[in-house]
Design a protein around this ligand. Structure first.
Ligand code: SF4
Ligand code: SF4
Length: 412
């Protein structure tokens, strides 16, 4: 209980209480594009769903703080069945209509609360859960430095094909682990785009996993060495801008590192779409001539880019700049986007839950009449693809899941 008391400031449940309105579980407001809120609640409908969305979670938290429910492994199993997508925060903060203002809603920062509870569980020894524990161990192993448990050299293998990548420079790419180890063709396509645009980049073969997984599961203490190493590595190589093609790495570098360090980074952090939009604005990407009917494309907002980092417009601007494309929105988009279900450690520990949530997102994309569902996050791509593989032929005939980088590369 002592640990929880220390974090009372984050929970702040006495001064900033949940009102129990239930908007985070049931509210449907088509006028603002909201059709249900919590992906986990919807996916767990047969298993006591009140517990799986924010209102139920807040009630359990209150009972923990009042000493009625002890921290335990069983509790941890439930806590981690949340993708920390932040949709409950959006809805809770938007609960009031213009005539009825419930200012208390604005006080809860749900993601921070869920993060704090995870930290408590780790510090109390009830977490990480099994699979999460493995990932953090691999990530901190000098022979791996990636959560996939693969040899440290594996993720730099693709660089051999690109001798033009420099070892030092002002614009440096942070490859992360998921794309080089699970989606390497996307990196080759990224190089195709950058090469066509005449853009030079540098990379280091001594970057370590950004540590996103450790932060998301509440084990950020294991990251001290990683953060120091990564920042020094890029600083020494002269980085003025670091960019990444992974939404998780982007959030970790741009938001978590400075917050954990309590200071600004010595360079700017950008997402690949922010690099690409600059190239597009300067007409540096030589697209093929497109003829015929426009292809309908819809964009899935990764939580780590959208709700967590407010990067909604730039990926859309990138898409609308591709010739022969019509961007259409899914029913739930931008801050109301339906999470793919992979985040917060759900994919690694509860893969079936993650895939179930992704199927719903693919169905929504099909309903939008899009032919291409694109996004810019390797976790989303992987989870959406896993769901896609399990869906029937009718779905597969209607839509394809494509990373935004692969899609652009196919047009040049
Ligand atoms: S963060 Fe997302 S998954 Fe977790 S309770 Fe909120 S809406 Fe549900
Ligand atoms: S929307 Fe906010 S105030 Fe209402 S039940 Fe959910 S967490 Fe509580």
């Amino acid at each position: 209980m002592e640990i929880i008391h220390d974090r009372r400031k984050v929970y702040d449940i006495d001064r900033k209480p949940c009102l129990g309105c239930g908007d985070c579980g049931y509210a449907i407001r088509p006028v603002v594009g909201r059709y249900l809120t919590c992906p986990v609640k919807e996916a767990m409908e047969d298993e006591g769903f009140e517990l799986y969305f924010s209102r139920g979670r807040m009630n359990v938290l209150k009972s923990i703080l009042e000493g009625q429910i002890p921290l335990s492994r069983e509790l941890a199993e439930w806590v981690y069945q949340c993708s920390v997508c932040g949709n409950c925060t959006e809805v809770c903060h938007m609960s009031q209509n213009e005539y009825i203002t419930l200012p208390t809603c604005n006080w809860i920062d749900h993601v921070k609360v869920w993060d704090a509870l995870r930290k408590d569980l780790v510090e109390a020894g009830f977490a990480p859960l099994e699979r999460h524990s493995d990932l953090v161990e691999y990530m901190n192993d000098d022979k791996m430095r990636n959560p996939y448990g693969e040899d440290i050299d594996e993720k730099f293998d693709w660089i051999k094909e690109f001798p033009e990548i420099k070892e030092k420079g002002e614009l440096m790419f942070f490859g992360g682990c998921s794309i080089p180890l699970r989606q390497v063709e996307t990196l080759k396509n990224m190089m195709k785009i950058l090469k066509a645009a005449g853009k030079e980049i540098a990379m280091t073969k001594d970057e370590w996993c950004c540590g996103s997984i450790a932060i998301r599961i509440g084990d950020e203490k294991s990251l001290t060495e990683t953060i120091k190493h990564n920042i020094e590595e890029f600083k020494e190589r002269g980085a003025k801008t670091l960019f990444t093609a992974c939404a998780g790495c982007y959030r970790t570098w741009k938001k978590d590192y400075p917050e954990l360090l309590g200071e600004k980074l010595p360079f700017e952090v950008k997402h690949i779409t922010e690099i690409i939009i600059e190239l597009l604005n300067n007409n540096q990407i030589p697209f093929k001539k497109e003829e015929g009917e426009k292809v309908k494309v819809t964009y899935h907002d990764p939580c780590h880019l959208g709700r967590h980092m407010n990067l909604y417009d730039i990926p859309r601007e990138v898409i609308t700049n591709i010739p022969g494309i019509e961007l259409i929105e899914m029913k739930r988009n931008r801050n109301n986007a339906w999470c793919c279900g992979a985040g917060g450690g759900v994919k690694s520990q509860f893969p079936e839950l993650a895939v179930k949530i992704s199927k719903e997102r693919i169905r929504e994309a099909v309903d939008s009449s899009a032919q291409i569902l694109t996004t810019s996050c390797p976790f989303c791509i992987n989870n959406l693809n896993n769901a896609y593989e399990e869906m029937d032929t009718m779905v597969k005939e209607k839509i394809k899941v494509v990373d935004i980088i692969d899609f652009i590369a196919s047009k040049i």
